[in-house]
Design a binder for this molecule. Structure first.
Ligand code: XIL
Length: 573
């Protein structure tokens, strides 16, 4: 016996030791893990397989920049960018566009001619239309404007701004670029991207003020990209955290767009100590991003030390990425993996709503709830409590889980919350538990199931023969119809969590519901458990009163001071 257990334990340990790809882990976090790529390496099999295995997002390192993609006034070279888009699509990876407006890598035809602001304005609009338009609907995000600020918070002087510029003052030219980009690709999230603006400093203050102004005036900006080209001296993490907090507090996303940590190298080789320091930085940045639901991507500038801009740009430095020149994972890789595996999930009370009405604010015993926004969970939909690694705890009592996927979990509030004022809710996935949130408990919070699951329009209502009540099959006056709700609260006798009801007599709702159809009170001959359904769904039989008008009528269930959602209807004739 003993030997068998040891063997079993050994097998389990061996299983646990197999590394999970960064991509699999990021999918469980609902975030993007990306890398800047160069399509000229796609034919190198280790480059391609590593990229597709480890990353769920790719960004052209150069292929979409103005010079490379628009080499002549009327000529475009889309091939390299198209290759990246094809590669990403065939490996189900997101694509981040980079970039539309920058001071660098501009073509000679543009910089050497003396265009007027009017001409430059139409050249830029045309460029954005053409490039963003070509990839419209295919990109998750665009860096619309890159590196427009100086370190002292002033605007960088260059072609698009003031030398001679497109005729707009201050951040007006940036705003204009965002508006053009939004018109060309309404689906892509639009980012302002910069370096040395990770911590709170003069430059990040200026970017923040612009973002705040853009948000306030409805300029189509969705986020700020933090490049994060680091040495081992990154600046204080707490200051980066404060900066990400203020940006995400505006409702903007943050994406880490160009992470690399360059090390001093000797013939390309870094010391073990510096590799360990680097690993810690990769870990800490990953963990930092995972503290914010609106930090939605972590991307490195390349992924293999074989191809990195660092040695060419910073002589004496290198070894900046997660994989070495032979595509072997470095300590940095393992540390990103570790951060993705162990960060606590985030949840918020605002994400917890009734599964039928989507009303929030409180929970009732036995209520089917949806928890939106948890930042860790199965990457694909996981049905049923048996197989689920997801747990939702109410004062430590595990709720039956109906299904779970990162960002959305359906569960049934344990009946044990009955009589409480509030409950502590914790969410757990693969053993990582969130901080507890406090949620009010109400005796009942009825939500009526709708036919199309929107919570609105025709209810999921059947007549005595089991036929769905609809416009073509309306309920008649005097008919008894069955309405299904959740949030009806405690029952008599008490219900058991997760119990599916087969044999009557079924428990009855403790708080007797009143039902109004078209504003008219209707008799309720039965309100309690539903045959074949799980405890927490209640069936309410209602007789359509003779005073109810014909047509599509509102239907409201009231228990005590709680009413079901408005906008739910039933057809009567
Ligand atoms: C770099 C590329 O990596 C190089 O290949 C190219 O020669 C110059 O540009 N910030 C950015 C990136 O936004 O576009 C830059 O990429 C690196 C710094």
């Amino acid at each position: 016996m003993r030997v068998r257990y040891v063997l079993l334990a050994a097998l389990l340990c061996a299983g646990a030791a197999f590394p999970q790809s960064l991509r699999d882990l990021a999918d469980q976090r609902g975030i993007k893990i990306g890398a800047a790529v160069d399509p000229s390496h796609f034919t190198e099999s280790l480059y391609a397989t590593t990229l597709a295995r480890e990353f769920n997002q790719a960004e052209p390192e150069n292929a979409m920049k103005f010079g490379p993609i628009h080499p002549g006034l009327t000529t475009y070279n889309f091939d390299p960018a198209d290759q990246i888009v094809d590669f990403a699509q065939s490996h189900s990876m997101a694509i981040r566009g980079h970039n539309l407006v920058w001071y660098n890598q501009l073509p000679g035809w543009l910089t050497s001619a003396n265009y007027t602001p009017e001409q430059l304005s139409s050249i830029l609009q045309d460029h954005i239309n053409t490039v963003a338009g070509r990839y419209a609907g295919k990109l998750s995000a665009w860096d619309v404007v890159n590196e427009a600020f100086n370190g002292d918070g002033t605007l960088r002087s260059y072609l698009w701004y003031d030398s001679p510029g497109i005729g707009l003052k201050g951040t007006g030219y940036i705003e204009q670029a965002f508006r053009w980009a939004h018109a060309a690709d309404p689906k892509a999230l639009l980012f302002y991207n910069d370096y040395s603006a990770e911590t709170i400093n003069t430059k990040s203050d200026a970017i923040y003020r612009m973002a705040q102004d853009f948000k306030a005036r409805g300029v189509p900006i969705d986020g700020i990209g933090l490049q994060m080209h680091f040495t081992t001296n990154t600046g204080p993490l707490a200051s980066m955290e404060a900066n990400i907090k203020r940006i995400t507090d505006l409702g903007l996303e943050v994406q880490i767009t160009e992470l690399d940590v360059r090390l001093p190298v000797n013939s390309g080789v870094a010391s073990a100590a510096s590799l360990a320091t680097q690993a810690q930085i990769y870990h800490d940045i990953t963990a930092l991003c995972l503290k914010f639901p609106l930090c939605t991507a972590i991307q490195s500038w390349g992924f293999t030390d074989k191809y990195s801009w660092i040695p060419g740009t910073y002589p004496g430095f290198g070894a900046a990425l997660e994989f070495d020149t032979n595509y072997q994972p470095k300590p940095a890789y393992t540390s990103i993996q570790n951060a993705l595996q162990t960060a606590p999930p985030l949840i918020s009370a605002a994400g917890l709503v009734n599964g039928a009405s989507y009303a929030g604010g409180a929970v009732a015993p036995g209520e089917i709830v949806l928890l939106y926004g948890a930042t860790f969970g199965p990457s694909t939909l996981d049905f049923g409590a048996q197989t689920s690694q997801t747990r939702l705890l109410f004062d430590g009592v595990a709720a039956p889980i109906l299904y779970s996927q990162v960002g959305q979990t359906a569960a049934i509030v344990p009946f044990a919350v009955a009589g409480k004022v509030s409950t502590q809710v914790e969410y757990e996935y693969l053993g990582q538990r969130s901080a507890a949130i406090t949620v009010s408990v109400t005796p009942a919070q009825p939500g009526v199931f709708s036919l199309d699951s929107s919570g609105q329009g025709a209810g999921a209502i059947v007549d005595a023969s089991g036929q769905i009540v609809s416009r073509n099959h309306p309920a008649h006056h005097g008919d008894v119809i069955s309405v299904f709700i959740t949030g009806g609260g405690a029952t008599l006798p008490a219900s058991q969590d997760g119990q599916v009801l087969f044999d009557g007599p079924f428990p009855l709702l403790a708080a007797t519901p009143q039902v109004k159809i078209g504003g008219v009170d209707c008799p309720v001959p039965y309100a309690g458990g539903a045959s074949g359904l799980i405890a927490g769904v209640a069936q309410i039989n209602v007789q359509v009163a003779s005073g109810v008008a014909s047509g599509e009528q509102s239907l409201i269930v009231v228990q005590g001071t709680s009413g079901s959602q408005s906008g739910l209807t039933v057809w009567v004739q």
